[in-house]
Design a protein around this ligand. Structure first.
Ligand SMILES: Nc1ncnc2c1ncn2[C@@H]1O[C@H](COP(=O)(O)OP(=O)(O)OP(=O)(O)O)[C@@H](O)[C@H]1O
Ligand SMILES: C[C@H](N)[C@H](N)CCCCCC(=O)O
Ligand SMILES: [Mg+2]
Length: 230
């Protein structure tokens, strides 16, 4: 099983949208027959559905996947409040740590699957508890990382800082995706050019502002993405 970790310049800038696009793109690739699933280890902001806390990101990833797994496997840490997960965990009596993330990831590694698309929460440096970060787990597990840049004013700084810190931590960003989340952003082309020039990594796609995010996969170079994962 190959994994890809989806991080972003911020919360709410397209991780689920792009992760879903990558899952669909891998599944729909001509003359391949790949089994692909999504994993949203930590989700803050859940509703009680059939007596279980469920998050819409995890449900979206489950919907586009072509293999069925239990909700609990796809989203082991489901927190009710839509706030920073480590604060929600504290309030809700949950304990999130790297050891437990390792355990859940190990279960996926025992599963018959070609690709596991792992969606982060928030941006890169997301606290798990008082001393650990989600980023440390990603680096420990040596997952190839895709950086989603949500195009809005300020994203150049966020993208460059993220790329710098990932590299400093020993993480492996294989590429970035420009995601147009603000239809009114000025100088969009110039911003994408400025990012491409400074982010020293392949651009795996430029996703336009889409009224419905059904055909995101068309804008992602799935072949290039696959070629960058060992
Ligand atoms: N290319 C796009 N065109 C139009 N709307 C988009 C695009 N990408 C994302 N969005 C919208 O922006 C919002 C945030 O996107 P998304 O949920 O994918 O972000 P996220 O990074 O996964 O957020 P979170 O940090 O909560 O997990 C959603 O309403 C989504 O539909
Ligand atoms: C609730 C929200 N949609 C995300 N799932 C969590 C975002 C956490 C951000 C934490 C932070 O960096 O301040
Ligand atoms: Mg999301």
């Amino acid at each position: 099983m190959k994994s890809i970790f989806i991080t972003a310049t911020d919360t709410e800038v397209g991780k689920t949208t792009i992760a879903s696009g990558i899952i669909s793109g891998l599944i729909n690739q001509a003359s391949t027959n790949l089994t692909v699933a999504g994993f949203k280890p930590i989700a803050a902001g859940c509703d009680l559905i059939d007596g279980q806390l469920k998050n819409e990101d995890a449900l979206s990833l489950m919907q586009v996947s072509n293999a069925q797994f239990s909700y609990q496997k796809v989203n082991p840490f489901a927190l009710k409040s839509a706030i920073a997960p480590h604060i929600a965990a504290q309030q809700e009596g949950a304990n999130i740590n790297i050891e437990q993330l390792d355990w859940h990831y190990h279960q996926w590694q025992q599963t018959a699957l070609d690709y596991l698309i792992v969606e982060g929460a928030g941006g890169w440096q997301l606290p798990l508890n008082e001393s650990e970060y989600l980023s440390e787990w990603v680096v420990k597990q040596n997952m190839p990382i895709v950086l989603v840049v949500g195009l809005k004013l300020g994203c150049i700084n966020h993208a460059l800082l993220t790329a710098m810190v990932v590299a400093k931590m020993g993480g492996n960003i294989i590429g970035w995706i420009a995601n147009h989340v603000d239809p009114n952003m000025q100088c969009q082309t110039e911003n994408v050019k400025a990012l491409a020039h400074r982010l020293n990594m392949p651009c795996l796609g430029t996703v336009p502002y889409l009224a419905n995010s059904q055909n995101v996969e068309e804008f992602i170079d799935i072949q290039l993405l696959k070629s960058l994962i060992a």
